[in-house]
Structures are given as structure tokens and as C-alpha cells.
Design a protein around this ligand. Sequence first.
Ligand code: ARG
Length: 300
Amino acid sequence: MALIAFESRLTVCFVTILLEPSTATSVVGRRARPRRYLMCPPDHFAVTYVINPWMNLAEPVDPALARRQWDVLRQIYLDLGHTVELIAAVPGLPDMVFAANGGLITDGHALGVRFAHPERAGEASAYLSWLRGAGLRSVTEAEQVNEGEGDFLVVGGGRDQLILAGTGFRTTPGAHAEVTRLFGLPVVSLRLVDPRFYHLDTALAVLDEHIVAYYPEAFNAASRRTLRQLFPDAILATARDAAVFGLNAVSDGRHVVLSERATRLSEQLRERGYQPIGVDLSELHKAGGGAKCCTLEIRS
Ligand code: ARG
């Protein structure tokens, strides 16, 4: 059923693209793959502490608006034919809406999380119990500090996978080693140096099997060299688009859901054959989050 909806949506997209001759040739090649996402409704979302430079106790959050914005994001995924599962929000855990920080799952194997800040520590067990009930092949509790898909991004598929791993602010190098041992995949450590981009998923987006977009200045010189070597065809984001959380994007291989304020990045994506879908997540941005932060991919 879901698959049929997905394909019919693709047909709709294809027709739209044919009406835009300037992008038609490049777009045809990009293929979407149906995804399974986990999201957490922003039922208890608020900014009640400060653990990143975006959070400001003096700037109030509008909870009703946050809910509407989050609903739009969820509906976009559903309209694209993806599966969205929900975890119940826990009172007293205002950042739990950022489901990307709930785990790392690939090939049906999951690693739980261990937060760097005590304010978020309580989320780890909630996400772990959800993962244990999700029908996965294995679920392992984390020993080292790691903030899930906030800092671990899977590139490629099948035997060709590698994991990009951020460190510098939250996830530790010890957790990179833990992921290497657990998943048996190559793990590429990348050092973040700008506190505004404190999680890897704020500075780098995986667009499809082998293409990424990133903001070079968020990384130290050695990591920039590594990224240049690994991804010579990467899209390089501007400082402006990075600062509006443009790289905190969710791609299904063809559609890229990202901040509607990242206008140049949307153009760059279109030039490369992707279909950007802009969203307004202004309220979640007040806690330092965007589309990707709200979305954990369950790779079964
Ligand atoms: N306030 C949260 C924190 O600082 C935001 C988390 C955003 N999540 C992400 N995947 N980048 O931890």
C-alpha cells in the first residue's frame, strides 16, 4: 500500500519536472528510496536550559507553532511515501523532539545513545526502549558518549557503507571506536570546530549513496582534507545557508527536506538534480535544531 502511494507520488514529481526544462536532464537520474523514520512530537518542547549557542532563555518558544511546524514536516515525509513512527514524548525532556539523537541504526543493528549533557540524559533510556520494541536484529546500550545520528551519518548502502562520525562538542572519539567495533564498518572521524555547528548533522548532509553537502568552515583543516578526498563532488554550502540550518537536511535520494531559508543551497541542490522541499522550523531552531534533528532513520 505504502509502496503504491510512493510510486504514484514519484510520477507526480516526474510530471512537474518535465514542466521545468532547465532542470529536466539532471533530475531524471535521482531516485528516491522509501524510508522508515522515527519522530517524537514536540509535546513538551521548550527552551529551559542552554547547551548550544542557539538556545536563549530570554527568547520564548511558541509551543503551538512548534507543533504545527513539526506536523508539516511529518506530513511531508508521509506524502513522499515514507513511514513515520512515533515515540511518546516524556515530560521534563524538552529536547526529546530531536529524535536524530536517539540512536544509530544500520542493517537492523542499533546502538543506543549516551548524552554529553545531564539535561538530556533521561532521553537515552526512552529511546533505547523504543528501539528494543522496534523489531530490529540487535540493540546495544552505549558505553561511550554519543548523540546518535546527530554525530553519526551513514553514507552508501550494502557492503559499500561507511559512517561519518563527528566529534569536538558532543560525541567522543571513544564512541567512534565503539561504533567501529559494533558495526564493523569504516568510520571516518571528523572534528567540528565551530560551536554553532556542534553536531555533525548541522554541518553536513548525506544526499544519496555517495554525495554529501557540507560547510567546510565547520571542520578543522585535517577533516576538510579528508572530506575533499572522500567527496570531490560534494556541494559546498555558504556560511549563510549553514547558519539557517540548511545542512540539517533529510534526503531520500531525490527529495531533500531542508530549511526554506537556505535559498542558495536549494538552488545548488536543484542544479545537481535533487528536488529541495523547504520547511519552516523556526521554533525548533530556537533550540538549535532543524529537519534532520527531528528525524531518526531506522535502517532495517
Ligand atoms: N537542544 C538540542 C541540543 O543541544 C538540539 C539537538 C539538535 N539535534 C541534532 N541532531 N543536531 O542537544
